[in-house]
Design a protein around this ligand. Sequence first.
Ligand SMILES: [Zn+2]
Length: 62
Amino acid sequence: MTDGKPSFGKRNKRSHVICRRCGKHAMHRTDKICAACGFGKSKRMRKYNWQTKTGTTTSQRK
Ligand SMILES: [Zn+2]
């Protein structure tokens, strides 16, 4: 298994399409769940504490 340039030619399956909420190319076609914002899974935006430096849900820094 080579994960370098030669294997890029096999990546032709479109499992994700453009999400209409966040605009990212992360909406799964069959699952209908956006991997970036959680659209289809939750009503609120997908957010984790580890995404921020402070470790809080808000992105505010002190
Ligand atoms: Zn999204």
